[in-house]
Design a protein around this ligand. Structure first.
Ligand code: ATP
Ligand code: MG
Length: 563
């Protein structure tokens, strides 16, 4: 047993390659044994489940090694960023259960980054270039063929200093000039072929206003921001592996504290998209109701859908940290929320497709209150009283006029148990002019109260129900996958991921729920017995509660695992 209560086996199972690197560093006394990480979102959209993985990883490392994790907004592109996103990001990280030690902004370092750029110019390691972005790309060469040198590559230090200062003063238009690092035009790594450090953007920044019209590129800002803050382990996704030599080049040339960049595989999940650009498009073009639409893979969407922070943290833990890209099954996420809701959600009775049942031998206008256990997994949730009467709603799916063998629910002549209630037997099926079943006329057995068989006769099926007189009408929103194919980006030419949207991802019904749900408030979580897990939506009112289906009862993931 370890001191934290985990067994040796559990410890090693939860070990990943990043833990191994950090533990080696601690053993070697690197950074004085200090561990400092950061979560560095660009405030240009809402966080999604992929970010949640990075958050759990970065904050988790700090917790594990008694270090700190900071939140740093990578706000270097004023054209796309906004305080709306800053606020949403802060809220989502808190909701996930993490607190950052400090809140930083890359824009706080603009002055320092500028001074360092001047330093690089003076060292002859940076120059002002008049080529357009397109020309730079065109002259870039191929991995085998070196880039064509820019005609401005050999400008004097004095000229570069003067031009760079005038860039800052706003003397040039967007795109007219850039500052480029002078590195290696023949490098097999294209990122080392004189990458752009600064570009001109005349746009107000959400924090620095109109103070700047030149903005650092990601590669120039990121590592130096890590360095200023004293980050020891700069964890990022695999696509930045090829940027690492550049990250290290700037730090080395400036002679400043060197954090170690470590890359891991980004989280991909099937049946969804996770790029902020695409999620923004879905919102802006009204394919979904907003960033927090319960079908979105955003943190706020998952929250509104009924996901708990625990379930998302558990998901991130189960997915683990890999060095190679892979695609995780959406059903694993569902497995994690189902597992948590099974523990915490109150069981209630709700009927989604109501079919009337009249109990012909029940006292007219009679009623009684039956005791129901709120959560068999958690006795501390206690019991409640559920009203019963002579007119009930049951789910249409629980009746078949002509049932196959082994159908244990209601059918003509058949007997079922009503959850918490009595045995009822169907004696008559009433239909309308179109042949639609509109009512079942049944008798109940008063001696089967509580669902116990009075004489040993077998009643296999148990169905849920709601007393019609006491029922509350509720809006029920059933969600399905947002995309109908596993990889929405896999499209024929001339199509894009939007063509793979699932047209049936939202179904709205009016259901009947037990009166216990009258006082529900947004965020409440329930198991509608036999139907699925639901949570109360912010659109809910006391007169008309609104429920989102978080996840169905059926567990495709566990079945797949052979459980
Ligand atoms: P997107 O590609 O969705 O637009 P991004 O990488 O541009 O995301 P950032 O705000 O730059 O978004 O990301 C902040 C942090 O979250 C970065 O460290 C990034 O590597 C990490 N991150 C983003 N997406 C994922 C993902 N799918 N899995 C794991 N980490 C991710
Ligand atoms: Mg990014």
């Amino acid at each position: 047993m370890n001191t934290d209560g985990t067994t040796i086996e559990e410890k090693s199972a939860s070990q990943n390659f990043i833990h191994a690197i950090i533990e080696e560093d601690i053993r070697n006394g690197k950074n004085g044994g200090r561990v400092q990480t950061r979560f560095p979102p660009e405030p240009n959209g809402y966080l999604h489940i992929g970010h949640a993985k990075s958050i759990c990883l970065n904050f988790g490392l700090a917790q594990k090694y008694n270090g700190i994790c900071n939140l740093r907004f990578d706000d270097t592109n004023p054209a796309k960023e906004d305080t709306e996103y800053v606020d949403a990001i802060r809220e989502d990280i808190h909701w996930l259960g993490f607190n950052w030690a400090n809140e930083f902004y890359a824009s706080d370092y603009f002055e320092q980054l500028y001074a360092w750029a001047v330093q690089l110019i003076k060292k002859g390691k940076a120059y002002v270039c008049d080529l357009s972005q397109e020309q730079i790309s065109r002259d870039r060469g191929t991995p085998q063929v070196p880039a064509t040198p820019s005609p401005y590559r050999n400008r004097s230090v004095e000229e570069n200093l003067d031009l760079f200062e005038r860039m800052r003063r706003g003397e040039f238009k967007d795109g007219e000039k850039t500052l480029r690092a002078k590195i290696d035009l023949a490098s097999p790594n294209m990122h080392m072929r004189d990458p752009v450090m600064y570009r001109i953007i005349h746009a107000p920044h959400h924090r620095t206003g109109n103070k700047w019209c030149i903005y650092p590129m990601y590669d120039y800002a990121h590592g130096q921001s890590d360095s200023v803050e004293g980050v020891t382990h700069s964890v990022c996704t695999l696509e930045f592996e090829v940027h690492r030599p550049l990250y290290e080049w700037f730090i080395r040339e400036l002679g400043i504290h060197a954090p170690q960049q470590i890359e891991f595989a980004r989280l991909n999940i099937n049946y969804t998209v996770m790029s902020k650009r695409k999620l923004l498009e879905l919102v802006k073009q009204h394919y979904v109701a907003g960033w927090d639409d319960p079908r979105m893979p955003t943190i706020c969407g998952l929250r509104r859908r009924g996901y708990t922070p625990e379930s998302i943290r558990n998901f991130a833990e189960r997915v683990g940290v890999a060095k190679r890209d892979n695609v995780i099954e959406y059903s694993l996420l569902e497995f994690c929320i189902r597992e948590h809701l099974n523990k915490i959600a109150s069981r209630v009775l709700a009927v989604l497709h109501p079919l009337k049942v009249t109990i012909t031998n029940y006292p007219e206008n009679g009623e009684e209150w039956l005791e129901a256990v709120n959560n068999p997994e958690d006795p501390s949730q206690g019991t409640r009283q559920v009203p019963f009467s002579g007119t009930l709603w049951i789910d249409r799916d629980d009746f078949m006029e002509d049932p196959p063998k082994k159908y244990f629910r209601l059918a003509p002549g058949a007997e079922v148990r009503l959850r918490y209630g009595y045995f009822i037997k169907c004696n008559e099926v009433v239909k309308d002019a179109d042949g639609q079943v509109t009512e079942l006329r049944c008798t109940y057995d008063p001696s089967s109260k509580g669902g116990q068989s009075p004489d040993g006769r077998k009643v296999k099926g148990t169905i849920h129900w709601v007393s019609a007189r006491h029922a509350v009408d509720a809006e029920i929103r059933l969600y399905d996958r947002l995309f109908s194919v596993e990889n929405p980006d896999d499209t024929a030419e001339g199509h894009d991921y939007k063509d793979n949207l699932n047209p049936d991802s939202l179904t709205v019904l009016t259901g009947k729920v037990e009166p216990f749900l009258k006082g529900t408030v947004p965020g409440d979580k329930f198991q509608f017995e036999r139907v699925g897990y639901f949570c109360t939506d912010p659109d809910s009112t006391p007169e008309r509660p609104v429920f989102n289906r978080t996840v169905t009862m059926k567990d495709s993931w566990a079945r797949k695992m052979g459980e």
